[in-house]
Design a protein around this ligand. Structure first.
Ligand SMILES: NC(=O)C1=CN([C@@H]2O[C@H](COP(=O)(O)OP(=O)(O)OC[C@H]3O[C@@H](n4cnc5c(N)ncnc54)[C@H](OP(=O)(O)O)[C@@H]3O)[C@@H](O)[C@H]2O)C=CC1
Ligand SMILES: CC(=O)C(=O)O
Ligand SMILES: [Mg+2]
Length: 767
């Protein structure tokens, strides 16, 4: 078995993550701003001057420059980083022809994947016609708007004509992802599967079920890579595509027709080494799998449901290498591994096309990556495991952070070597480094946190269990196999709200707990009374707090070990919720409670502290905050560089208010802490390496990633401004330093924020 860690204990076919329900998917798409995309400007549009520059009269200057030299469009417009995802919805995944409008969720999805994985801006365009000429005419004139065209989910054979014609008509890459994206990934997986089973391209016998867009492109690519055409049999709904067949044929199928007396998929598969499924759910039967050669390679790539599930294959034989198009099984052969990165490379060299050399380079880069050791920072993408090249790991996962630097470089290099690059890149190492910087670090951090919790599931109590968002978050927590979500509230109320909101609470991993009638109330009351009796509270006050106040009840559950962690805060302000919790739980010995917020902006993550607890910290408290925040940064996988912020930098301008910060730095010196810190400094010095260079004595080795604010007001104001004006995602404040794990969400938080906080609380409870 190739997986280290807990994956090794699971069966080959175990799904890596839980699937989602239809209702969750509908809610996900509907909530907030419907859909998955929005457009935001990249330039300020605030003043009259901004408008004069962005629009009339200023805009005339770039217009004239582009008219004179079209290549200047790459300098003055978004064209160079913009890809259109275009479909008419005639072959939406494996769901069939459901029309242009119904394809929009998939196309929006592809657009966001472009952004998420490769920082390519993308917009979906659904073209409402099944007429090939109309479609071509609609798209052919869009070239000036985009750096590339990604065609998607257009049925065969129309897609072949459309792509071919558009490639001839347009001078930017036109790439039908279902054809070539799929072919590249399947070829990469196949190369590795052949290596693992000791086969070669020349003698291996492959049967491909499906003779549409994806299938034809897959077999064309593997033949271009050396597969013997006589060893490849193509099947469609009418069975084997043999020479002389007339029914249901077209020129693309005919090109791959073979001389054979086999007529059905069943007959074709007898003794075959490889099955490629690019057809429909359930097309491959157990009997067929049984008849394949030893160590068969089965790529059941139909989406969303494969031709056969890995579980079904495992019931029949244990020597198969199985891949599917889905993310919830090992070996996901899906074009998502390719299209973002292939376009990234093509755009960066302003390629005129994506040619075979670029496709093969991408396939080889992908295949090679799976053979490399998985470094620590990559293991998170693999649910915290460290996969080793083998039958369960023939291809990297889409979240593998190495893809962004490996594939575009290979594609760009091939484009340059084959003369289709309009802007060659001279230093590919520097390009690889630039690509790495496009990675979104918080996503892998959260991914890591979720993976670790999944391996060590935790019981998290959701104190405000009657609230709809809390219920949704609890369901999502349970569904993602993070542990048990305990909802505290009156059961009848919870069920009423759940029924109204269409939330199913009767599922594994959800527990409903009525505080009033809990058997543990006496124990909680005694515990709480012992803590607050000398603070002006009577026994009956403690009793009331436990029976009526869910924060006290939930915090006592965690304090007495009936739950591992707690989330609250949806209906009460932060400080009130914290006071409730503090009545029940102390700080960890030797620690100070602080709040720290993770702010993610333009691919950069900083931790800002203290965003929740200390109003005007003393120098000593600032030093403590720096220590707690540095500890949290390490826990989240960052090597802390703590910048002690003020309005002044190293004494200039001098002022009393910065004195505390300077003093805090001296205290940290005395404490001989084991992380980088310096200050006082202004925020621009901390964050901008160029400005920091003006202070060569500064002890930070790079821009600060932990920003200790001089006071609560500056912390709160700056993080909220980052969020509202800077478009940052802010997670937190995360509560640090408590002896038990509690997180307080902000009032009115969305369920997705609550799940993140619940996962962080679970993570903090020790995983
Ligand atoms: N994993 C991945 O990355 C990708 C997976 N796919 C999947 O591949 C499948 C096909 O997509 P695409 O090529 O775009 O679609 P097309 O409509 O272009 O082609 C579909 C092909 O599948 C054949 N087919 C359908 N049902 C069966 C069946 N039961 N037995 C045999 N052949 C069948 C059709 O046969 P006929 O010609 O006789 O009509 C046709 O040749 C879909 O499930 C899709 O989700 C596609 C792209 C990427
Ligand atoms: C993955 C994909 O593009 C498809 O199934 O159509
Ligand atoms: Mg598709």
């Amino acid at each position: 078995m190739e997986w280290e860690g807990p994956m090794a204990e699971t069966s080959k076919t175990k799904r890596a993550v839980a699937s989602v329900t239809d209702q969750e998917a509908l809610d996900f798409h509907a909530r907030g701003r419907p859909g998955k995309l929005e457009i935001t400007p990249t330039k300020p549009m605030a003043t009259q001057r901004d408008l004069s520059l962005a629009y009339s009269p200023g805009v005339a200057a770039p217009v004239k420059a582009i008219a004179e030299d079209p290549s200047r469009a790459y300098d003055y417009t978004s064209r160079g980083n913009m890809v259109a995802v275009i479909s008419n919805g005639t072959a939406i995944l494996g769901l069939g022809n459901l029309g242009a409008l119904a394809s929009k969720p998939v196309m929006e999805g592809k657009s966001v994947l472009f952004k998420r994985f490769a920082d390519v801006d993308s917009i979906d365009l659904e073209v409402d016609t099944e007429n090939v000429e109309e479609f071509i005419n609609c798209v052919r004139y869009l070239g000036p708007s985009f750096g590339g065209i990604n065609l998607e989910d257009i049925k065969a054979p129309d897609c072949f004509i459309i792509e071919q014609r558009l490639r001839e008509l347009m001078d930017i890459p036109v790439f039908h992802d279902d054809q070539h994206g799929t072919a590249i990934i399947a070829a990469a997986g196949l190369m590795n599967a052949l290596t693992l089973t000791g086969r070669d391209f020349k003698t291996t016998k492959l049967v491909c079920n499906g003779a549409g867009a994806a299938a034809i492109a897959c077999i064309e690519l593997i033949k271009a890579m050396g597969f013997n055409p006589e060893n490849v049999i193509l099947c469609d709904t009418k069975g084997v595509i043999y020479q002389g067949r007339e029914d249901g044929m077209n020129q693309w199928k005919s090109a791959h027709a073979v001389k054979t007396d086999r007529r059905s998929l069943k007959e074709a598969l007898d003794g075959a080494d490889v099955f490629f499924g690019l057809s429909a759910k359930g097309a491959l039967t157990s009997e067929m799998v049984q008849s394949m050669a030893p160590q068969p390679i089965i790529f059941a790539m139909a989406n969303p449901d494969p031709e056969i599930t890995p579980e079904e294959v495992a019931r029949i034989r244990d020597d198969a290498i199985v891949a599917t198009g889905r993310s919830d099984y090992p070996n996901q052969v899906n074009n998502v591994l390719g299209f973002p990165y292939i376009f990234r490379g093509a755009l960066d060299v302003r390629a005129t096309t994506i040619n075979d050399a670029m496709k093969i380079a991408a396939a080889e880069a992908l295949a090679n990556l799976a053979k490399e050791d998985v470094p620590d920072d990559v293991a998170a993408a693999y649910q915290g495991n460290r996969p080793r090249f083998g039958s369960q790991y023939i291809i990297p996962v889409p979240f593998d952070p190495r893809l962004i630097s490996a594939i575009p470089v290979a594609v760009a290099q091939a484009a340059m070597e084959t003369g289709v690059a309009r802007r060659p890149l001279l230093d590919l190492d520097a390009y690889a480094r630039e690509l790495k910087a496009r990675r979104d670090p918080i996503a892998s951090t959260l991914q890591n946190i979720y993976a670790r919790v999944r391996r060590h599931p935790k019981r998290v109590v959701f104190a405000e269990g009657e609230e709809e968002q809390m219920m949704r978050a609890a369901v999502s927590y349970a569904n993602q196999q993070l542990g048990t979500a305990i909802l505290v509230g009156r059961e009848d109320r919870m069920r009423e709200t759940a029924a109204r909101a269409g939330i199913d609470l009767d599922r594994p991993g959800i527990a409903l707990l009525n505080a009033r009638i809990s058997k543990r109330n006496d124990a909680y009351t005694d515990y709480l009374y012992a803590r607050i009796q000398r603070k002006g509270y009577l026994f009956r006050d403690a009793q009331r707090l436990i029976n009526n106040d869910r924060n006290h009840f939930a915090a006592c559950m965690v304090a007495l070990g009936d739950a591992d962690a707690m989330v609250t805060g949806l209906t009460r302000n932060y400080s009130t919720a914290l006071e409730d919790v503090r009545r029940c739980i102390d700080p960890k010995p030797g620690h100070r409670i602080i709040g720290a917020s993770l702010a993610l902006c333009r691919g950069r993550t900083v931790l800002v502290a203290d965003t929740a607890v200390h109003d005007m910290p003393s120098a000593e408290e600032l030093a403590d905050i720096a220590e707690e925040a540095a500890g949290l940064a390490r826990k989240l996988g960052y090597e802390p560089r703590v910048a002690m912020l003020a309005y002044s930098t190293f004494g200039n301008p001098s002022g009393e208010r910065s004195e505390r910060v300077r003093e805090a730095v001296k205290i940290l010196d005395k404490r001989r802490v084991d992380f980088e810190y310096d200050g006082e400094m202004a925020a621009d010095v901390a964050l901008n390496p160029k400005i920091m260079e003006q202070y060569p004595f500064c002890r930070l080795s790079g821009p600060g990633n932990v920003l200790v604010m001089p006071a609560f007001h500056s912390a709160a104001i700056s993080t909220k401004m980052l969020q509202e004006l800077g478009g940052s995602t802010v997670i937190g404040p995360l509560l640090v330093g408590l002896d038990k794990s509690v997180q307080i969400v902000s009032m009115g938080a969305k369920d997705s924020d609550i799940v993140n906080m619940a996962a962080l609380a679970a993570y903090n409870a020790g995983v």
